[in-house]
Design a protein around this ligand. Structure first.
Ligand code: ADP
Length: 447
């Protein structure tokens, strides 16, 4: 989601929540003052105002659900500004019906301008404050000159404050200066925050660029290393296969050890290359992919490994739509890594499950096993480059600690999420094992 869209949605949601809060607060205040303190309030006008505020807020809730941001992108700033102006107008009307200048609720105007200082740019924030000050002055003067009625809330009948010239002047001066001062503070602080945000954003961009350069470098090195090591491995294999004459058992043994190490090296180089490759990718080629079918094909490649360890592999297909937008190669790589791990960290005669379920907006894919599990304290760390849990190191010497980093990066390119559950509850009474739950955004069924 674009930054502007996110920001807009956050701000509108914020205003919507504040308005609901305000409706509850005013309703409770009316009940308290009217019922408990028996204060005579213009209930009808106040209820109409609350009703208008409720309908107006509800309209925004529905608009936010129905409209896509693109439709009103051009008016996004105007929409926020007009909301703030209307809110100010409604607040002024509440003030008017609850004692006007005599009501300390006027303090809430200050919160309103602080809020607008954070949501609007400096010019608009000051415009908004001027509007608020003008509203307040108008109410005070119109009531003072009896152009509009005054609704007394406090018992100042002997000596009403709203007609006391000195009091009115003092309140207007104090109120206007406080509002301008709050705007000044708000815009200064928010300006400083925005400035620091920009610096951080810039620094982040530089870091990302450096990270990309590093990945390109690693990618280049891994390609350069892969070829000679693969050649060394081939040469050793030729000797081991007897094409260069018979070797004595000591030499054979040593060459076998050398192959084991070159294997490890090749594995590490391949993982490093895959990780760097994903890191330098700006975008990927997303195409409609039916996971149901793709998994069936991938599982065929694991027949030998599962039968070697007598592992029971269960695949629970989904009867509903499992179409996602994916890069087939990266998706297969992700799944292959997770299934290889499940096989690697599950003892003989264990069980591995793949559960697929399609929903309206998402496709869930769970890969679970009855293996050694991942302790809670390591569940975040396993996605870091080169991290391996102590149990995993003891159980299986071979491993690069890069497989899950590749998985995480690959998933982020698909806007997909991953969660770990260990132990999981896939098999009753079994309290071990690991389950990786992947969530992809669903797309419409193609066939
Ligand atoms: P590795 O090459 O070590 O398997 P990965 O990045 O694939 O590297 O995994 C990182 C670590 O996460 C592993 O070393 C292991 O500690 C843990 N892990 C991953 N998958 C599993 C699993 N299915 N069961 C138990 N531990 C796992």
């Amino acid at each position: 989601m674009e930054k502007l869209e996110k920001q807009f949605q956050k701000h509108v949601k914020w205003l919507i929540h504040i308005r609901w809060g305000w409706i509850v607060f005013v309703s409770l205040a009316i009940i308290t003052f009217h019922q408990i303190f028996s204060i005579d309030l213009p209930i009808l006008q106040l209820i109409i105002l609350l009703f208008v505020l409720g309908i107006y807020n509800l309209t925004f809730v529905l608009l936010m659900r129905k409209l896509t941001f693109k439709k009103f992108e051009k008016f996004a700033s105007l929409l926020i500004r007009s909301q703030l102006f209307i809110d100010f107008l409604l607040l002024a009307l509440f003030l008017h019906y609850t004692g006007g200048i005599e009501n300390p609720i006027a303090i809430y105007f200050i919160f309103h301008v602080i809020m607008s200082s954070f949501l609007l740019n400096k010019n608009y924030a000051y415009q908004h404050t001027i509007f608020g000050v003008l509203l307040f002055i108008s109410i005070a003067l119109l009531e003072y000159f009896s152009v509009i009625p005054h609704y007394p809330v406090f018992d100042y009948t002997q000596n009403p404050l709203f007609t006391n010239t000195f009091y009115v002047i003092c309140v207007l001066l104090a109120f206007s200066s406080a509002l301008f001062f709050a705007t000044f503070m708000g815009t200064t602080i928010s300006g400083e925050i925005k400035r620091k945000d920009k610096i951080l954003e810039k620094a982040n961009k530089v870091l990302q660029e450096q990270d990309k350069i590093k990945s390109e470098y690693v990618l280049m090195i891994s390609h350069d290393l892969h070829e000679p090591i693969a050649t060394v491995q081939n040469c050793i294999q030729i000797v081991l296969d007897g094409y260069c004459g018979n070797c004595d058992p000591g030499v054979t043994q040593t060459l076998k050890r050398a192959t084991k190490w070159t294997d490890k090296m090749i594995h590490l180089i391949r993982d490093l290359a895959s990780l760097s490759n994903l890191n330098v990718m700006v975008s990927i080629n997303l195409e409609p992919l039916c996971i149901n079918k793709t998994i069936t094909n991938i599982l065929k490649d694991f027949d030998q490994q599962t039968s070697q360890k007598s592992i029971n592999l269960k695949y629970k297909k989904s009867s509903r739509n499992t179409w996602i937008a994916a890069d087939k190669e990266i998706f297969s790589h992700i799944l292959t890594n997770l299934i290889s791990n499940a096989i690697k960290y599950t003892p003989e005669n264990g069980t591995i499950g793949i559960d697929l379920s399609g929903h309206k907006t998402k496709v869930l894919l769970e890969i679970w096993d009855t293996g050694i599990g991942i302790p809670a304290k390591y569940q975040e760390k396993v996605f870091q480059d080169f991290f391996r849990t102590p149990d995993a190191i003891k159980y299986e010497k071979d491993g690069t600690g890069l497989g899950l980093s590749i998985v995480k990066l690959g998933l982020s390119l698909h806007n997909a999420k991953i969660k770990i559950k260990s132990p999981h509850d896939k098999l009753p009474k079994l309290h071990t094992g690991t389950s990786f739950i992947l969530e992809f955004p669903a797309i419409k069924e193609i066939e």
